[in-house]
Design a protein. Structure first.
Length: 120
């Protein structure tokens, strides 16, 4: 994750995330809401063509960098737990294989695996 501190104060920090999907910022944002000293956190929707996100955090006086570090550690742990559960419930051998263009293999197409209809 590419993080850059844009501004920092005693009880606030503004962080820029470059070349990341909005879902990453949303995960961190939601974890920040669970951290004890966070009064406000927000991520404005990004422009669809620009891969730059801004995360704004205000605390109740706690050091903002420590609060962000705590939220990132929580997010990392939670995502790891979710990934573990997903891998247990959806093992690789049960997943359809796709070629470089993202198409199902011929054997899976003929085995009755339904594909979504393509409309133009």
């Amino acid at each position: 994750m590419n993080l850059r501190v844009l501004s920092i104060a005693d009880n606030a920090i503004q962080i820029q995330l470059d070349k990341e999907d909005y879902s990453i910022a949303d995960i961190v944002h939601r974890e920040l809401l669970n951290v004890k000293h966070v009064k406000f956190t927000g991520v404005p929707p990004p422009h669809p063509l620009i891969k730059t996100l801004t995360l704004q955090i205000h605390t109740d006086g706690a050091q903002p960098t420590k609060v962000v570090k705590e939220a990132l550690e929580l997010a990392q742990g939670n995502v790891a737990d979710i990934l573990k559960i997903a891998r247990e419930n959806f093992p690789r051998e049960d997943r359809p294989s796709k070629d470089k263009e993202g198409q199902l293999s011929q054997s899976e197409q003929s085995s009755g695996v339904s594909q979504p209809a393509v409309t133009s």
